[in-house]
Ligand binder design. Structure first.
Ligand SMILES: [Zn+2]
Length: 137
């Protein structure tokens, strides 16, 4: 129960730190991030991924694109650079698409469309089957 409360508090701290960074209060934002990480360590929980990506892991600066962070995409790899300490992290965009459930259902729809096409060519399939039967005989 305590850890859940700490988790909520640390998340709100990260969001607050991000707002502070937008306003230019980087030093205070860093303190908020440090506090949020201390809560995570004490409560023994991992911060949810979207929030973990909101700050620099090396210098605890809240990352705001265009202000404290540079975001570039180079040959399907997302490159995030902290402008304060130069910390660089790369994300492969292909892996993100694979883990996304919505995209997989889209692939299934494509398969259904394919079967639909085969149904349209029933005569062609029948012709193939009959030729196979003839070979077996
Ligand atoms: Zn940094």
């Amino acid at each position: 129960m305590i850890s859940i409360r700490l988790e909520k508090r640390s998340i709100s701290l990260i969001l607050e730190a991000r707002r502070l960074a937008l306003e230019g209060e980087l030093e205070l934002g860093r303190k908020y991030i440090k506090l949020a990480r201390a809560y995570a360590a004490k409560g023994r929980f991992r911060l949810p991924l979207p929030y973990r990506r909101m700050f620099c892991r090396r210098c605890n600066t809240p990352l705001v694109p265009g202000k404290t962070e540079r975001v570039r995409i180079k040959s399907k790899i997302l490159i995030r650079t902290c402008l304060i300490c130069g910390w660089i992290r790369r994300y492969e965009l292909r892996e993100v698409k694979k883990s996304d459930g919505g995209k997989i259902s889209g692939k299934n729809r494509e398969k259904r469309n394919f079967t639909g096409d085969y149904r349209g060519n029933k005569e062609a399939i029948k012709g193939k089957k009959s030729s196979k039967n003839k070979d077996r005989k």
